[in-house]
Design a protein around this ligand. Sequence first.
Ligand code: ZN
Length: 306
Amino acid sequence: MPLESFQNIFAGSPLDRAGERRGDGAWLAEQAASPHALALAMRDGQPLIEDAPEGGVRIAWLPARSAGELAGEVKPLFLGMLESNPVFAIDLQGADTPVEGARFEDLRSLALRLAPAEASISATAKAMFEWNRRHGRCAVCGATTQPAEGGWKRQCPSCQSEHFPRTDPVVIMLPWHGDRCLLGRQASWPEGMFSALAGFMEPGESIEEACARELAEEAGLQAVRVRYHSSQPWPFPSSLMIGLIAEVENDRATPDEAEISEVRWFTREEARLLLAEGFEGMRAPGAFAIAHQILKAWADEATPGR
Ligand SMILES: [Zn+2]
């Protein structure tokens, strides 16, 4: 039975990561040599895509063996099994497009144009390459680390430490009071853009506590009830967005002026307009963003959610 959950863009990968088998070097080599093996090429975090005959865009899959040659000394990343097809990704840093008619494109701009399954596969590859690139040295002793398990682990040959890919949790929340919710904006955002408040979780706090702290810091609000909506892998470079809807004590909000330059309360009707065509020169993030989805969930509720 499929998992029942709200699925944000970049979640919902169809791949079986085969985590219990990717530590087996012989098995991995067998998968890489398979005539059915496919590879996603990436450059600087951008997947190689092509126009799909039916319209839109799709991943420009390469046969894994020729992809391996393109990658040279760089080991391909094992992404998992798509039914019986092994799927890899290669990091072609600085290379030209290896296929005529295909091109590298920014993942944010592709988020809603790729099929959700392909957006998710691309997001995984981007996050993994980024992690491997940034963790070439052991965080314990400083020696150069080596990739293992198809790229899902780095090992230190000097102190024997093992390093695993990191995911940084971010709470992103929509505060509401009575029949209105609050959105904020940062001065650096495009004009008229309002969004949910957000911040990195800190060690030693629960998700609810991080949400309450951020609401207090950024908008001077006191959370009284925090409800989970959904989460979203956000590979820029390695975040996990945790989407929350939080009831707050009162509507006296003050922007911190450091991160948040302006805050504003919106009714459900105004929120629906923000999400659709905009409202009085203001707008909310697009459907690829979890901020859009939590605002939509709240705006569509008939009565205040508890
Ligand atoms: Zn070390």
